[in-house]
Design a protein. Structure first.
Length: 611
């Protein structure tokens, strides 16, 4: 193994202490991050001449041009730093999770005199109680809808009401704001919701049955009927959430692999009930199963607002030292003991086997769909090539779309399909200048294609324009003016008709035509990409215009608020504590912003919720 002078000098001064090492390529980019109990021994092991190195390690070492180390006081500190650096740099040779989204929780604001419940993705230590996470937001919304019908607690953000609102009159709230229910009676409702979410429905059923009987004995038949309906609803909810294990909260991580993919299937068990699952696909790189699972646990549970159960079941345990370190880190993060184990028998082992079977099934399904999609894409490309009269295979197709609101914030998109599949790294979006303030789709399309093709970079085999004959001719005027000999077509959405250059009559394809399907797919993707960018710009514009009116909210705070909440509606729904938690904010500014969103100015001008 040939080692450069720069690497040899870095190896010569490595300390015999715990820490983190970063490997850089020739461009200075971080391509691998690792931790070590002894930096000297661990890093040297990569550069020893040995036939035991995996293909991945050999490829990594061949690209390393520089080393950087960060010493820490302990191995646990090195583990935490490694997790954060992997999240920051996303190095090429580290095992990476592609799905890092947060899951929703159901929150009950126990810190308030009359608590309310709502769905949130932000976990804040403010005295509220959180249930979840729920991977299936649809199921969570259904659960909350049922709970609201059973227990009509308030859903307003403040109780500054002189009289009950509409929610009270349609029997969706008991109007604690107007004193229609006592604090103790309201607390019983909150307690009942907690019993349902904690899975302690037996006690709740007993209480409801007793209350129903007492109401009937007192000839309060309407009240008795309400208790009966609640009891039936609780029974239905319990039937849909049968317990799979005796015990509390745990995550079950199943594992499966083939020659091309690794799948990790996570089952979420809360209160002994399986509430959902989530899968993660990784490219197979001939890593050991234990190493992949250890890397997964470190990345998955490193998120700030991820729920940490008391027990994590895995199909294969990391080594003893790594396992002890991992459990120590997880326990410190959760502020209680967290164990990582592999079940060998009983219900837990059966559930683990089920998770692994599901992971294996997902890999098989992906392989099957991939083969079918490959055949479909090839057929569609060949048919489309024949229809448009192109003399070469359609290896790359570019599609353009325009989006604006009466000429305001006019943008355009370009999406790229390679061999019939989206190539998102090639997508481009444009903020148009020539037509800002005046709607002109033809001129907008001309500016877009000119900016894209003026430098002749990576030319496609086919250009698709979203629109009719007018948009096609506008684009052709620029494309031919640039001297480009590329086939150009357009697809009009109304009748799904295709227009070709130099032909007055449009072409209609059969509804089941693979060629039509692929054109519709790329057109719809261009439309989605354009309208998403357009809405983002409008939201940002509205955010700045609203926040400009608030004293104490300057450019830095506006930027931080936009980064934290993304939308005006999310900001409006945030509590004062959540607003104050944003970087650069403080309690007075958060209070001012919170009150502003509830002022008559905002309501009358209807600033909130506009796209």
């Amino acid at each position: 193994m040939i080692i450069s002078d720069k690497i040899e000098k870095a190896l010569a001064v490595l300390p015999h202490k715990p820490g983190v090492y970063l490997m850089h390529d020739s461009t200075g980019r971080v391509i691998y991050v690792g931790k070590a109990k002894n930096l000297n021994n661990r890093v040297h092991s990569y550069f020893r001449a040995s036939g035991r190195h995996s293909v991945k390690v050999e490829a990594l070492v061949s690209h390393v041009e520089d080393l950087e180390t960060i010493m820490t006081d302990s191995e646990i500190e090195a583990l935490i730093l490694e997790c954060n650096l992997i999240k920051k740099y996303r190095p090429r040779y580290n095992i990476m999770l592609r799905d890092d989204k947060t899951y929703p929780y159901l929150k009950i604001t126990l810190q308030e005199e009359f608590p309310r419940m709502y769905i949130t993705r932000r976990v804040v230590k403010d005295g509220g109680k959180y249930y979840g996470p729920y991977p299936d937001v649809g199921a969570l919304r259904s659960t909350m809808k049922l709970l609201r019908s059973l227990f009509p607690v308030r859903n307003c953000r403040n109780m500054n009401q002189e009289r009950p609102c509409l929610q009270y009159h349609i029997k969706r709230c008991l109007a604690p704001c107007a004193g229609k229910i006592s604090r103790d009676a309201y607390g019983e409702l909150i307690k009942a919701i907690g019993l349902v979410l904690d899975g302690k429905t037996q006690e709740l059923r007993r209480n409801l049955k007793q209350s129903m009987q007492e109401a009937a004995e007192n000839y309060e038949f309407e009240q008795a009927a309400r208790y009966r309906d609640q009891l039936q609803a609780v029974n239905r909810l319990e039937e849909s959430q049968k317990a799979v294990l005796e015990g509390g909260d745990m995550d079950v991580v199943g594992y499966a692999e083939d020659d091309f993919n690794v799948c990790l299937q996570v089952f979420f068990v809360r209160g002994g009930k399986l509430i959902g699952r989530k899968d993660f696909m990784l490219p197979a790189e001939k890593e050991e199963e234990a190493d992949i699972i250890a890397a997964f646990l470190k990345q998955y549970y490193n998120a700030e607002d991820i729920f940490l159960p008391k027990e994590i079941l895995v199909s294969c345990l990391p080594g003893e030292e790594d396992l002890a370190l991992l459990q120590q880190w997880l326990s410190e993060k959760a502020e209680r003991k967290v164990t990582v184990t592999t079940p060998r028998r009983g219900d837990k082992a059966k559930l683990m086997q089920l998770a692994c079977d599901n992971a294996r099934k997902l890999i098989q399904e992906k392989e099957r769909k991939g083969k079918m999609q490959q055949l479909t894409d090839e057929e569609a490309a060949e048919e489309l090539q024949r229809i448009v009269g192109c003399d070469r295979p359609l290896a790359r197709m570019d599609c353009f779309d325009i989006s604006h609101n009466q000429g305001s914030e006019t943008v355009s998109s370009m999406v790229v399909f390679r061999y019939g599949a989206p190539s998102k790294k090639d997508y481009r979006r444009f903020k148009l200048q020539s037509t800002e303030g005046k709607p002109d789709d033809f001129k907008s399309m001309q500016e877009t294609v000119y900016r894209r093709y003026k430098d002749y970079e990576d030319l496609p085999d086919l250009i698709i324009i979203d629109g009719g004959k007018g948009q096609l001719n506008a684009a052709l005027h620029v494309i031919r003016g640039l001297g480009l000999d590329i086939q150009v077509i357009s697809l009009a959405e109304k009748n799904e008709e295709i227009f070709l250059e130099g032909q007055s009559e449009s072409i209609y394809l059969e509804r089941e035509s693979p060629a039509l399907h692929v054109i519709q797919h790329i057109r719809d993707e261009a439309h989605r990409f354009a309208i998403t960018y357009h809405r983002k710009r409008l939201r940002k514009k509205n955010l700045v215009s609203v926040l400009d009116k608030i004293e104490g909210i300057g450019p830095a705070r506006r930027k931080a608020l936009w980064k934290a909440f993304s939308t005006l509606e999310a900001m409006k729904q945030a509590t004062e504590e959540e607003l104050a938690a944003v970087e650069g904010m403080n309690k007075p500014a958060a209070h001012t912003l919170y009150e502003f969103f509830r002022s008559d100015i905002v309501k009358k001008n209807d600033m909130i919720g506009k796209p």
